[in-house]
Design a protein around this ligand. Structure first.
Ligand code: IPM
Ligand code: MG
Length: 361
């Protein structure tokens, strides 16, 4: 039976980069007999403009009914003045929580072809391959009470709550350990257990879960130190697991180690392996519509979709290889361009990946 992907292009460069990923999918259908249907829906600012809400019920229904979701990006300055409740970002948070996508996998891989793109010295980042496992549906992003209130004396206070239950910690820890088992078998759990009781519990539960994974070498690190270690000696890490907010921050830091946020995909998974896949970068409104955005993070996200939701390692590996082959051929979008390589448009980069895939057939 044919599987279904809900395609949510979103805002800014979202539609341009998703278009290239769909070209790749078409090629997979033609050359490798992949049986996958797609259906598109509005999300983010585009959905707000058309319907008055960033996550229309039809979009949510489609996302729930599909086997997986491929998302471009949401947001842009046009929607920044809107009330918090209808900002494009709410759609992302709504999809994560409504679909129960608690496990966010964010790999940071330095492609040898792009070694010069990092702001760090080559010896610090060459061969870098780390994976951040970020808890995505709990913690301070969703904890209650929250909001801004006015006290009796007229002063306003802002409140957010950092809260994790043992079961929330346990399930993300299990994903992290399982992931570490498939990689270098080293896991670093990041917390702030010296100050925050909530993350003291985090550390305790992660340690407990670790007893079921004797083959994985578990370490713990405070988040401030982890931020420092990520720029000082990032190759010491294999898999890192952390809370929603720490993961948000550390994953941007890790992404930049590779010098090219335009290259990094992500997967957000539920308990059954259903997932939403999206590039780590945002909607980049400054370059939207110019045909210069890098589609590779979205194409690699499609690869993660095949790997994690469709359990089709063969197709996933083909996509990864085709991206590498495109880079080997010397084409670069503006964000990863360097002297001696050929600057190409978003569509030309998509074409280069498709050509590399066809060459594998
Ligand atoms: C991310 C983004 C989102 C987050 C925003 C857009 C809500 O920064 O996916 O990392 O904070 O989770
Ligand atoms: Mg972020």
């Amino acid at each position: 039976m044919s599987k279904k992907i809900a395609v949510l292009p979103g805002d800014g460069i979202g539609p341009e980069i998703v278009r290239e990923a769909l070209k790749v999918l078409d090629c997979l259908r033609q050359e490798f007999g992949v049986a996958v249907e797609t259906e598109e829906a509005l999300v983010g600012g585009a959905a707000y403009d058309a319907t008055g809400t960033p996550l229309p019920p039809e979009t949510l229904e489609l996302a729930k009914a599909a086997d997986a979701v491929l998302l471009g990006a949401v947001g842009g300055p046009r929607w920044e003045p809107l009330d918090y409740s209808v900002r494009p970002e709410r759609a992302l948070l709504g999809l994560r929580s409504e679909l129960g996508l608690f496990a966010n996998l964010r790999p940071a891989v330095l492609y040898p072809q792009l070694a010069d793109a990092s702001t760090l010295k080559p010896e610090v980042v060459s061969g870098l391959d780390i994976l951040i496992v970020r808890e995505l549906t709990g913690g301070i992003y969703f904890g209650k009470p929250r909001g801004v209130r006015t006290l009796d004396d007229g002063e306003r206070v802002g409140i957010n709550t950092l809260i994790y239950s043992e079961s929330e910690i346990r399930r993300i820890a299990q994903v992290a350990f399982d992931t570490a088992m498939k990689r270098g078998k080293r896991l670093c759990s990041v917390d702030k257990a010296n100050v925050l009781e909530c993350t003291e519990l985090w550390r305790e539960v992660v340690t407990e879960v670790g007893r079921d994974y004797p083959a994985v070498e578990l370490s713990h690190m405070y988040v401030d130190n982890a931020a420092m270690q990520l720029v000082r000696a990032p190759k010491q890490f294999d898999v890192m697991v952390t809370t929603n907010m720490f993961g948000d921050i550390l994953s941007d830091c890790a992404a930049m180690l590779t010098g090219s946020i335009g290259m990094l995909p992500s997967a957000s998974l539920d308990e059954k392996g259903k997932g939403m896949y999206e590039p780590i970068h945002g909607s980049a409104p400054d370059i939207a519509g110019k045909g210069v955005a890098n589609p590779l993070a979205t194409i690699l996200s499609l690869g993660m979709l095949f790997r994690y939701t469709f359990s089709d390692e063969d197709i996933a590996a083909r996509i990864d290889k085709a991206v590498e082959a495109a880079l080997d051929s010397g084409v670069r979008t503006a964000d990863i361009w360097s002297e001696g390589t050929r600057k190409v448009s978003t569509a030309e980069m998509g074409d280069a990946v498709v050509a590399a895939l066809r060459a594998q057939a």
